[in-house]
Design a binder for this molecule. Structure first.
Ligand code: GRF
Length: 213
């Protein structure tokens, strides 16, 4: 059975969706860079070992990343899942887990990398927003895309209302992507594009229910 380590920084709702998904995997540990991350208590309530590596206790990114890798490696995971992990990881860390490091990002990448994605989407007036699960490369919020979900933007949307609808879709697509990975069905071709073996057509591009107009 595949072993997973989940990295969080806060609420942990994506982590919880993973714990609830009945994946063919063992979640070996949940690690946070913040001791006050609410998700730690949720993980503990599921009996998952939790660890904290406080980024503030390290002089620089390299030192933090090195300690984080040391703790991750104690669990020898097949995949390391970033689930609302709000630290940028350096090239050495990303390379160490190349092909095994997965992220969820709350936009339809390559649109709106970085933070405040919902505000960015509203400011641009896009009509379709969404979320993306991808393999992590050293370039921020970039890498082979495994699955995306599209979420229609409504005229009266606020950052919060849009974030809430996108989050519902995050909770669908992240466990699905990890399930495919655990089933060894994710292939990256020579162009760096993902193909999911034996997935029904369109299964990697969900569309949230359309709104009435
Ligand atoms: C999610 O929207 C995730 O995509 C983003 O930060 C949020 C974390 O939420 N990177 P949670 O901690 O999983 O509830």
């Amino acid at each position: 059975m595949r072993k997973l380590v989940i990295l969080i920084s806060g609420r942990g709702s994506n982590m919880e969706a993973m714990l609830e998904a009945g994946l063919p995997a063992r979640i070996a540990a949940v690690i946070s860079n913040r001791a006050d991350a609410a998700g730690l208590a949720i993980a503990a309530s599921y009996g998952i070992p939790t660890r904290v590596v406080e980024h503030r206790q390290f002089a620089n990114r390299e030192a933090f990343d090195a300690k984080l890798a040391e703790v991750v490696d104690e669990y020898a995971p097949d995949y390391v899942l970033l689930a609302g992990f709000m630290r940028i990881l350096g090239e050495a860390f990303v390379t160490r887990y190349s092909g095994r490091l997965v992220n969820i990002h709350p936009s339809l990448l390559p649109a709106f990398p970085g933070v405040h994605t919902h505000a960015q989407a509203l400011a641009e007036g896009v009509k379709v927003h969404g979320c993306t699960v991808h393999l992590v490369t050293p370039r921020l919020d970039h890498g082979p895309i495994i699955i995306q979900a599209a979420v229609p933007v409504q005229a009266d949307d606020t950052e919060d209302s849009l974030a809430a609808r996108v989050l519902q879709q995050e909770h669908r697509i992240y466990p699905q992507a990890v399930r495919w990975l655990c089933e060894d069905r994710v292939e990256v071709d020579a162009r760096g594009c993902v193909r999911v073996r034996e997935a029904s057509p369109g299964a990697d591009s969900l569309v949230a229910p359309a709104v009435e107009i």
